[in-house]
Design a protein around this ligand. Structure first.
Ligand code: ZN
Ligand code: ZN
Length: 263
C-alpha cells in the first residue's frame, strides 16, 4: 500500500493566515505549509476530499485518473468538498464509489445529476465492514459530530493495514474494542490542539494523543513495527522541533505534507 499524505493540517492549516503566534511564524520562516488533512492510497482511494484535495494531488505530481473510491469521515468542509465530483464529471463517466456517514452522502448527492450512474453512493455507520475498491474498510465511531455521525476507518488490502483516525477525540471503549487485534502497519492519528487541553474532547491534544496510542498498543493495534503519525495538526501545537520531541516520547512522528509512505 502506498500512502501519500496530501495534507496533514487542521481546518485552518499552519500557518493560520490571521495569526502571528510562534508556531505560525516558525512555519513561515521555514516556508512549510500544513494544508487540510487528506490522504491518497495507491492513487485509487482518496480519503477526506477537502477543499484543497485536487490541488494537493497536482502539487505532488499526481493525478486522479485512476481513482476508484472516495471515503470521507464526516461532513465538515475541511474534509468534504464534493465539487471535485462535478469537475470529474466534465472529464469521465467511469464508475466511482463514494462512501461515508449519512451527512457526507446527503451533501455529496446534491452535487450529482439525479440521472447519473457513474458515482455510486454508500452510507456507512459505525461497525460496518465493507469492500470498497478492493480494500476492506471497517467503520469506527469517531468521538466527533458533524451534522450527524462521524467515522474513522481501518483500511486493509491483502498485505497491509492503515488506521485513519481523524477527526476524533479519545475513542470510546466500544470503538477501541472494535479495533482489538486489528494490527495496523500505519496509524494516522489526529492531534489538533497541541498543549491546549481544555477546548473540546472532539479532538486530541498531545496528552490525549499519547493516551490513545497507549490504548491502541494495549489492544494489539499498534506494536513496535507500527508507524504512528500525528495528522490534522493545528497551530496550537508547538513549533516543529518541539513537536517532534514531544511526539517521540510516545513513539510517534510528524511528517510534512507530500510525504509518500510505502506500507
Ligand atoms: Zn477537520
Ligand atoms: Zn498561530
Amino acid at each position: 500500500m502506498e500512502v501519500l499524505l496530501l495534507g496533514t493540517g487542521a481546518a485552518d492549516g499552519i500557518p493560520n493566515v490571521f495569526c502571528r503566534c510562534r508556531t505560525c511564524d516558525d512555519y513561515r520562516e521555514r516556508g512549510e505549509l500544513r494544508t487540510p488533512t487528506s490522504v491518497l492510497v495507491d492513487g485509487r482511494l482518496l480519503i477526506d476530499p477537502g477543499p484543497e484535495a485536487t490541488r494537493q494531488v497536482s502539487r505532488y505530481g499526481r493525478d486522479l485518473s485512476g481513482l476508484a473510491a472516495i471515503l470521507a469521515g464526516h461532513a465538515h468542509d475541511d474534509h468534504l468538498d464534493p465539487s471535485l465530483l462535478m469537475h470529474r464529471g466534465w472529464v469521465t463517466s467511469s464508475p466511482l464509489e463514494v462512501a461515508g456517514p449519512e451527512p457526507v452522502i446527503a451533501i455529496t448527492s446534491k452535487w450529482l445529476d439525479p440521472d447519473q450512474e457513474a458515482v455510486r453512493l454508500h452510507v456507512l455507520t459505525a461497525g460496518d465492514e465493507v469492500e470498497l475498491a478492493g480494500y476492506r474498510v471497517l467503520a469506527i465511531a469517531a468521538n466527533h459530530y458533524a451534522f450527524g455521525e462521524a467515522l474513522c476507518y481501518w483500511i486493509s488490502d491483502a498485505s497491509s493495514a492503515l488506521l485513519y483516525l481523524t477527526d476524533t477525540g479519545p475513542l470510546s471503549a466500544s470503538a477501541l474494542d472494535a479495533l482489538a487485534g486489528r494490527r495496523a502497519d500505519l496509524v494516522l492519528l489526529e492531534e489538533t490542539f497541541g498543549d491546549i487541553t481544555d477546548r473540546t474532547d472532539h479532538h486530541h491534544h498531545l496528552l490525549s494523543f499519547a493516551q490513545t496510542v497507549t490504548a491502541l498498543r494495549e489492544r494489539a493495534v499498534v506494536d513496535d513495527a507500527t508507524q504512528v503519525l500525528a495528522i490534522h495538526l493545528g497551530h496550537d501545537n508547538p513549533p516543529l522541533a518541539e513537536l517532534r520531541d514531544q511526539l517521540a516520547r510516545c513513539g510517534a512522528q510528524a511528517l510534512p505534507d507530500g510525504t509518500v509512505l510505502t506500507v
